[in-house]
Design a protein around this ligand. Structure first.
Ligand SMILES: [Zn+2]
Ligand SMILES: [Zn+2]
Ligand SMILES: [Zn+2]
Length: 768
């Protein structure tokens, strides 16, 4: 006989880990006990050496679906004769330090769905059915340890039947904190001015949607606005009421088979779509696409997800629609609505009916969005189903706590604790008061559930005027901690390094805009990033921006700026007046004004942004003349190029200024104009222009890598969501013999910036 103590770390609490241990031990007739010790599960067992090894293997093979084993240590103890007569689950030890990792919300499991659809089951048709293997976690937890009294389930005491399941280690609902049933759990109801009496509110909701109404449906971690997709009318109505005329809406379909009727879906996309994390996957439309074109206007793709709660599964049993639009219910730029009173007051005039329930949402968590580039996945938004699962930071001292507050618009924050980086759910645009408040609440909550009292370093952007920078300054005073200001694209590069577990990279950081260390607006950078230091080796050609930020909304101003000084003023004005004056908000007279602005250099900060160049090409090709949502013009350019043929070639030229290479983007634009003049097809020109930018960026990166002797080149920033650009850069870099890395488990865009800031702050304090 031997005795062993096994310590398991990872996501092992609130996920049915102890009952699994119990079942495995019973199955092998092994005696001992299991208990929680803070973030560790401790198992002590006695038995024959081979039995103990069999136990360990079996535990690893049978671990609960939501759990994650990060480490499993076995310590062989002195065995002084038989000590245990059975196997038990002991009470959690009260004196523990350290944080337990809270699991994310997980889609309803097959066992629960079976119950929901089985007529004789006591949970038949019950929309909140959940068990240890599935259901809400992060969104219902207010503090730790994870017990029912510290969740929004505390208002729903277990009934007798549920109590029996909860107390039985052999039951799937043993200690399932979100477990409930029609007798004891939350209830769903239909509302419009008053509660509407209905035998089956979910069925009624589906009928109302199918009649063309807009419904606000409160779900697990947030609220959706829902309309049918097979007619333009309801979609247009939703667009009008929201004032969101172009932005693509995400959809939900009943199952994979239905999704395949209107999209092309690859094997890897399918796996993610059906995974228990259930993100929105951006998929290409197929030839049979039959949803309203208004769902994602002028784009070749759309975001689709599958039901992840029993409520959603039930909803789809009552409709024959192939998909419903399911878009986050929020006011523009503000956080998603989660409180019944707020939902009904703020969406008054937008939603026709409300399907609500009486369980509180403690943490809102928007749907995650992923997109594939070739076979590689990237997050556009990493939120529900993933957060708060931390990233492991190698080489970081366990004692160092860092809070990083991210950029300004597409904000997440990150909390680094004990070498683990908790990147928050999607927070959003912090220039909006409500969102800024949400950021503060979410920070406090994350500190609570990770048991973090204080931090040693607060990290933020280099931009002095961001609200997140100001908050960082306040918090660093409160915590009496150091503040580290991080350049935006360096943060991109650092997040890429963390995601790929490397220390050094030549990073192509290509995005909309980030504040450069010279005070100009960067966004097409070749950086050598090494730990907490970086060097800017090359970039796109610095371009004036006539009217500063106005160029973002009206790329035609950028169009004039990029041509200014490259063609004559008269020619420039002539071109604008004959072909593009309708893109100027104030028509022709604005054209003269912009020229004066450029001549005098008034309000014309310079930029190396790749996003601005792609927007401009989109405008030059008359694809998109006004940006009404983030990335719009560049996304529509990508969709046009998607349908283009690879028949044209646009040359690109790399120049040098003060020892730094730059890609001449004005020349690329002039070539685009020449091809338009020649009557070439718009889609083919779009494709050639994207290629020129991709090859130019890749060539500068390869040259930089050669010069400094670095073998790894990477890509980060929103431009790397563009599949064509991203694949072209990868191919060019790899054919030159370099390794190419991209974001795999993190956002390519600004959602990862806070993680990069946290990494740089930590490396800096450790001299890396
Ligand atoms: Zn379940
Ligand atoms: Zn019950
Ligand atoms: Zn960025």
């Amino acid at each position: 006989m031997e005795k062993a103590r096994i310590l398991v770390q990872g996501i092992v609490q609130g996920v049915g880990f102890r009952p699994t241990v119990y079942r495995v031990a019973h199955g092998l007739n092994i005696n001992g006990y299991v208990r929680n010790l803070g973030n560790i599960v401790e198992i002590v067992i006695e038995g024959q050496n081979n039995k103990i090894n069999e136990f360990i293997t079996s535990l690893q093979n049978n671990k609960p679906p939501i759990s994650e084993i990060n480490s499993l240590e076995v310590e062989w103890l002195d065995h002084k004769g038989q000590e245990f007569n059975d196997f038990r689950i002991l009470e959690s030890s009260k004196n523990f330090s350290g944080s337990s990792v809270i699991p994310p919300d997980i889609a309803t499991c097959d066992n629960c769905l079976e119950e929901v659809f089985e007529v004789s089951n006591r949970r038949h048709n019950y929309p909140f059915t959940a068990c240890t293997d599935c259901g809400p976690r992060f969104t219902v937890i207010s503090s730790v340890p994870y017990d029912r009294i510290r969740t929004s389930m505390k208002s729903f005491p277990l009934c007798e039947d549920c109590e029996v399941e909860y107390a039985n280690p052999k039951d799937r609902r043993y200690h399932a904190e979100a477990s409930c049933c029609p007798v004891c759990g939350p209830k769903v109801f239909l509302y419009r001015e008053n509660v509407i009496d209905s035998e089956n509110p979910i069925k009624k909701a589906a009928e109302l949607i199918d009649e063309g109404n807009i419904l606000a449906i409160k779900g697990i971690g947030g609220t959706h606005l829902v309309v049918k997709t097979t007619e333009d009318g309801p979609v247009e109505k939703l667009r009008k009421r929201l004032g969101r005329y172009n932005q693509p809406f995400a959809c939900m379909s009943k199952d994979l088979k239905t999704v395949q009727t209107f999209t092309d879906i690859s094997g890897s996309e399918k796996n993610v779509l059906e995974s228990r994390r259930r993100p929105i996957v951006v998929l290409n439309k197929n030839n049979g696409y039959m949803l309203s074109p208004s769902v994602s206007p002028y784009l070749h793709n759309l975001g689709v997800m599958l039901p992840y709660s029993a409520l959603q599964h039930l909803l789809f049993t009552y409709t024959n629609e192939p998909a419903y639009i399911m878009t986050s219910a929020n006011m523009p730029g503000e956080p998603m609505l989660i409180d019944n009173r707020e939902i009904t007051s703020k969406l008054n005039g937008i939603a026709d009916y409300y399907l609500l329930h009486d369980r509180e949402i403690i943490n809102r968590c928007d749907d995650s969005v992923v997109r594939f580039r070739g076979n590689e996945m990237a997050f556009i938004r990493r939120s529900r189903g993933y957060v708060p699962e931390p990233y492991d930071f190698a080489r970081i001292s366990e004692d160092l706590n860092v809070l990083a507050l991210g950029p300004e618009i597409d904000v997440t924050f990150s909390l680094l604790k004990e070498g683990k980086c908790y990147v928050s759910q999607h927070i959003g645009d912090t220039t909006k008061y409500e969102t800024f408040r949400y950021l503060q609440e979410a920070v406090n909550h994350m500190m609570d559930i990770t048991r973090t009292g204080s931090v040693d370093v607060v990290a933020c952007d280099l931009h002095p005027m961001f609200f997140t920078t100001k908050l960082a300054e306040d918090m660093s005073q409160d915590f009496e901690s150091e503040i580290v200001r991080v350049q935006h694209h360096h943060a991109h590069a650092a997040s890429l390094c963390v995601d790929n577990n490397i220390e050094e990279v030549i990073c192509i950081a290509a995005d909309g805009v980030g504040y450069g260390d010279d005070g100009t607006a960067w966004g097409g950078e070749i950086l050598l990033s090494h730990g907490s230091s970086y060097e800017r080796l090359a970039s796109l050609m610095p371009q004036p921006m006539a009217g500063g930020d106005l160029t973002t909304k009206y790329p035609v101003r950028m169009f004039m700026s990029m041509l200014y000084n490259h063609i004559g003023d008269d020619e420039l004005v002539g071109l604008m007046k004959t072909g593009y004056s309708h893109f100027f908000k104030h028509g022709e007279r604005e054209i003269d004004l912009v020229l004066k602005q450029l001549q005098k250099g008034f309000n014309t900060n310079t930029t190396t942004s790749t996003g601005r160049v792609l927007d401009t090409i989109s405008t030059a090709l008359r694809i998109c003349g006004e940006r009404t949502y983030e990335g719009e013009c560049a996304m529509k350019l990508e969709s046009a190029a998607f349908y283009g043929e690879n028949t044209l070639k646009i040359p690109y030229e790399i120049g040098t200024n003060r020892g730094k290479d730059f890609l001449n983007t004005s020349n690329i634009l002039i070539s685009v104009l020449e091809l338009i003049e020649k009557g070439e097809k718009m889609q083919n020109i779009a494709r050639a222009a994207q290629n020129a930018i991709a090859f130019g960026l890749a060539e500068m990166a390869i040259k930089a890598a050669e010069n400094v002797g670095v073998k790894v080149i990477g890509g980060s920033g929103g431009v790397f969501y563009n599949e064509a650009i991203s694949v072209a850069i990868r191919n060019t870099v790899e054919s030159a013999g370099y390794t190419f890395v991209q974001h795999k488990n993190s956002c390519a865009g600004d959602g990862s910036v806070s993680m990069g800031q946290a990494a740089i702050a930590a490396w800096k304090s450790q001299g890396i």
